[in-house]
Design a protein. Sequence first.
Length: 161
Amino acid sequence: MSRFGVETLLFAVLVLGSVEVLAQAPKAYGPPIGVESAKKVAAVAVAEARKNNWTMAVAVVDPSGTLVYYEKMDNTQNGSAKVAIDKARTAALFKRPSKAFQDMVTGGGAGLRILGLPDAIPLEGGVPLVVEDKIVGAIGVSGDTSDHDGVCALAAAESLK
């Protein structure tokens, strides 16, 4: 196997090789989330943020990463607008929470290679939206600390169950 082939294989193992992460990831995409459902899911994230006195930007995307719904609470930092969308896209495109990538990066070593993976933002706050064990989209939340973003995103995702 050529050096390029070995590097590509190692990169794929790094990205996809975590058995724990793969066990959590549904295997198939379902029909895309509709606007009304996206609004309801986003409302849960916003309610969680308000309850904790956090300001957030919330994005809901379909399985292909296309934006379906977006909301930014008053006084949310402007930089969080795009980050919320990027977190949602990461979760949808890679079928796992964006925190999985954050954990790989914070682990150092080979995990730092994830930074070169297109469309993967390694920050907590992006979570797949699952209905009947299929990904119908994802939610991304940004505006406070990554762990607070994750609390809001998880609350929203759990509301679909």
